[in-house]
Write a protein that binds this ligand. Structure first.
Ligand SMILES: [Zn+2]
Length: 128
């Protein structure tokens, strides 16, 4: 579906399509693009998934005299430059510290290794 021309709840029909946006948004894009977007921000962006990292040191979001410790958060998201061929998986530490990008193939391989590690740790994998 072409979000540039199709009105949605987030995008009324009279919203001007940015000139830099040369094609429709992918189905997973939740960004509201604007003609004034900085060139570094001209990308499609999905909805982030977050995982609290409870074995990491918690971060104090409060004052030193009134601490408010909360777990760090790992965020993953799809991102695709408007001229790139396919999206990448972006991994960010919760305080907006970029960690790394994965191609779709790399993300699939990485996810498979993670699932195998969890199965091994839980004694669910084939020992052979
Ligand atoms: Zn988009």
């Amino acid at each position: 579906m072409d979000k540039r021309t199709t009105p949605t709840a987030d995008r009324p029909a009279d919203v001007e399509v940015p000139a830099w946006l040369t094609g429709p948004c992918p189905a997973w894009c939740s960004a509201l693009h604007s003609a004034s977007d900085h060139p570094d921000d001209r990308h499609h962006d999905g909805v982030s998934a977050a995982v609290e990292l409870t074995t990491m040191d918690f971060i104090n979001y409060g004052a030193p005299t009134r601490p408010n410790y909360r777990p760090q958060v790992a965020l993953i998201d799809l991102i695709q430059g408007y001229r790139e061929a396919e999206p990448r998986v972006c991994v960010v530490e919760g305080s907006d510290r970029f960690l790394f990008y994965l191609s779709l193939a790399e993300a699939e391989e990485f996810a498979g290794h993670l699932l195998q590690l969890v199965a091994t740790a839980r004694g669910e994998s084939d020992p052979s």
